[in-house]
Design a protein around this ligand. Structure first.
Ligand SMILES: Nc1ncnc2c1ncn2[C@@H]1O[C@H](COP(=O)(O)OP(=O)(O)OP(=O)(O)O)[C@@H](O)[C@H]1O
Ligand SMILES: [Cu+2]
Ligand SMILES: [Mg+2]
Length: 745
């Protein structure tokens, strides 16, 4: 493999300093800063990244961050030290995790304490039917209840006070009102009757309610922590150290934070990829499942891109670093999923609004209940009991949990399948999608066309291909690349055109040996008054075989036609069949000719075809479909489809996972597989279904519970149990979503 492992050493003297630079306006600024930094004593390398506004400086340890900052400031810019990305991100996660665990432990201890104090209070209730009276004396009851009210109740009092101060009312307000009413009423009775025995007391009710709610909270935080664990696992994918190859070919093990873009790293068999990069040497199979959801190993050879966090198979790889830390794909994914999970869904905003109206209404109902019982001549005792039960059963905590728990579980399950959901809005819209617009080239097909036939009018096919491929040398278009490849296969000598211009959606215009060469479709020929008759005839015959044709014209005369074919992706038919199952209509949108598009569409069973659309017309076409009243998902392969992705109700970027696609598309598929589109719609439907179920049950429980409590059919303690149970069932129901699996394997 040509790799010689000479030594494994760490070089503590090498220090990487990251600076955040402000005030840069252009590349010249960046170059100036780079020069100033590079020339400073002790600096080995400096790289300034203009769009990221950062400078990465490698020093031998003698130039500290402060000195470097002064240098940048001396050049007229602002600078600040930036904490190293990978470690700060992980530290942040670990901190949050530790805090969550500590909170959980505290809640658990409190729960045990609260349960122990509550048990004597309920002992009387439980044993009474057996003719035993184990109820402790009223004063003891009051002592126990007071401790619970203060120690356990504290967090609810604080929460309620905070909500009221903010002008709102939440579940804590109801909990506080209910338990305080029960407690105070019992306390007053006890004190007034002392030393006699008072009548019926509600100490056990307030204690049981607080204990149960605490129990619900504990289950809730635990469930939440396990649903986010899938995402947290992603951050743990990145290794801490990497084997860097030095100029001399030695190998040193360095912290990942000390690497620079451009550094070459050695990845040994079985190790995790420390950075995003390109393979320079070697070959291996990579397990990308945790990043892209692809379950089969992916073969990588020289020139292929690798993603940090994936697992190397049995080969050793030398990789050139292209992105690290916060710039890496893994970081982008983590940020995306985290942002999605914490963004507020429109339905959640509605729930918040409902809750804020709901609480005052409940208080009114409670007052009415009390008045009703009182006025009909009932005991004060019964009136208080019913009122407390109303306040407790009305607590909307299940309502508050219904949406966020389902969303976290749904987006987490999707991410595991390689479906990244940027925001909750995308998830909510995706479930309504009735039309999916597919870009043809690169989405339904592989996007790697190959030259199949050459029809030179003078029968000199090689000459035609040589001219065409030469003219295409500067082209980025897949059709152009295919021509170059075909020419190279035939060993033809190519020469760069002296002038080159791409006409989007039509073709190219180049200058070769003083002659203008046009290569493209009918529209290009028409625009330049080239006789199209013969070329169109040929193109039509090839269209039946789903081959795309490009006509070559020299000095205004058509001289031949080159036919190219692209293969349909293996997963496309299954993907379309599953969309049909979901009752979603597919539409093909392409810049190719109607005839070719029709042939491919017929083969795939797609009825609606919109062909011959120039790149800038794609967004317009999508907007047109949206205006017809459809909910449109546009599936494209990234960068050039960005406007159309943005125009759709929801944009689905496929495959590339490039930054641009991540930013513009509501949903990104990490693998170039059209069948994941159905899964994206599927997970969205499953999540929205869960949210609706949860909301329904949470509401139903309140709607049924409140009248029962008002009529005195629910004891306060039972109401507390019912409330805790409803919260737990909502959280459990949402957690079931974690079992969702993509059908695309
Ligand atoms: N470099 C090129 N060489 C030859 N023909 C070209 C070139 N660029 C564009 N064309 C012509 O313009 C047409 C439309 O190109 P465009 O890039 O808009 O669509 P596409 O990528 O081929 O298909 P899709 O819209 O499905 O992605 C092509 O089918 C081809 O006929
Ligand atoms: Cu509650
Ligand atoms: Mg295209």
């Amino acid at each position: 493999m040509g790799l010689q492992i000479k030594q494994d050493s760490t070089d503590p003297a090498r220090v990487a300093v990251q600076l955040e630079v402000t005030g840069m306006t252009c590349a010249a600024c960046a170059a100036r800063i780079e020069k100033v930094l590079t020339r400073a004593p002790g600096v080995m390398r400096a790289v300034v990244n203009l769009p990221m506004e950062t400078a990465l400086v490698e020093t031998d340890g003698s130039a500290g961050p402060d000195a470097l900052i002064r240098l940048v400031e001396g050049a007229g810019f602002g600078a600040e030290e930036r904490a190293s990305d990978a470690s700060s991100e992980r530290a942040r996660q670990e901190q949050a995790d530790a805090a969550a665990r500590a909170e959980e432990r505290r809640t658990f201890t409190l729960l045990v304490f609260s349960t122990l104090l509550t048990l004597p209070l309920v002992a009387g209730m439980v044993t009474a039917p057996f003719g035993l009276n184990l109820m402790p004396p009223a004063m003891v009851q009051m002592g126990l209840a007071t401790i619970i009210q203060i120690v356990v109740g504290r967090r609810f009092y604080v929460g309620a006070a905070r909500a009221l101060a903010g002008g709102g009312a939440n579940m804590d307000v109801l909990v506080v009102l209910g338990t305080t009413a029960a407690y105070l009423y019992s306390a007053i009775l006890t004190l007034r009757a002392w030393p006699e025995n008072p009548g019926h007391l509600y100490f056990e009710a307030s204690a049981v309610i607080l204990t149960l709610i605490l129990f619900g909270k504990l289950l809730e935080t635990r469930a939440k922590r396990t649903t986010t664990a899938a995402i947290r696992a992603l951050t743990e994918l990145r290794p801490d150290t990497a084997h860097r190859l030095t100029e001399s070919g030695a190998i040193e093990t360095v912290p990942v934070d000390a690497l620079f873009p451009g550094d070459r790293v050695l990845v040994k068999p079985g190790e995790r990829m420390p950075v995003d990069g390109r393979v320079l040497e070697g070959g291996s199979d990579l397990d990308e499942s945790l990043v892209t959801g692809e379950s089969l190993p992916v073969a990588k050879t020289v020139g292929d891109e690798v993603i940090g966090g994936t697992i190397n198979g049995s080969g050793a790889l030398t990789v050139e670093t292209t992105a690290l830390g916060a710039d890496s794909k893994l970081s982008a994914i983590i940020r995306l999923v985290e942002a999605a999970q914490s963004s507020k869904a429109p339905v959640q905003k509605l729930v918040d609004k409902v809750s804020s109206i709901f609480v005052p209404i409940v208080v009114l109902v409670a007052i009415a209940t009390f008045a009703g019982w009182w006025l009909t001549g009932a005991e004060l005792d019964a009136a208080i009991g019913a009122t407390v039960a109303v306040l407790v059963i009305a607590c909307p905590c299940a309502l508050g949990l219904a949406t966020p728990t389902a969303l976290v579980a749904g987006t987490g399950a999707a991410a595991r399948a390689g479906i990244l959901i940027r925001d909750i809005e995308a998830l909510e819209i995706a479930h309504k999608v009735d039309t999916v617009v597919f870009d043809k080239t690169g989405t339904l097909t592989e996007g790697r066309p190959a030259v199949t036939d050459i029809r030179a009018f003078d029968r000199n096919d090689d000459r035609l291909l040589r001219i065409a491929a030469s003219a295409q040398l500067p082209s980025e278009h897949p059709l152009g690349r295919a021509m170059i490849e075909a020419a190279e296969e035939r060993g033809l000598q190519l020469s760069r055109p002296s002038d080159f211009r791409a006409v989007p959606g039509q073709g190219i215009i180049a200058e070769i040996a003083g002659e203008t060469v046009l290569i493209g479709n009918s529209r290009l020929l028409q625009a330049h008054d080239v006789d199209r008759f013969m070329a169109d005839q040929i193109a039509r015959s090839f269209a039946a075989e789903a081959k795309t044709c490009a006509t070559v014209a020299i000095a205004g005369h058509a001289v031949g036609v080159i036919a190219l074919a692209d293969t349909v992706r293996a997963e496309t038919p299954a993907g379309l069949a599953r969309l049909a199952e979901l009752n979603v209509a597919p539409v093909m949108l392409t810049g190719d000719t109607e005839a070719v598009a029709r042939t491919v569409a017929e083969e795939l069973g797609i009825e609606k075809v919109i062909a011959g659309v120039p790149p800038e017309g794609k967004a317009e076409t999508v907007t047109g479909l949206v205006e017809e009243g459809r909910t449109v998902a546009m599936v494209g392969d990234g960068v050039n489809d960005a406007p159309a992705l943005a125009a759709a109700s929801v944009g689905i970027a496929m495959g590339s996972g490039s930054e641009v696609a991540l930013e513009t598309a509501g949903i990104t598929l990490m693998r170039p597989r059209p069948d994941l589109v159905a899964d994206a719609i599927g997970v969205s439907r499953a999540t929205v279904r869960k949210i609706r179920q949860n909301l329904f049950w949470a509401f139903a429980y309140n709607v049924v519970g409140i009248p029962l409590a008002a009529l005195g059919l629910l004891t306060p303690a039972l109401a507390g149990a019912a409330m805790a149970l409803s919260s737990v069932s909502v959280v459990t129901n949402a957690a079931l979503l974690r079992r969702w699996r993509a059908k695309a394997q």
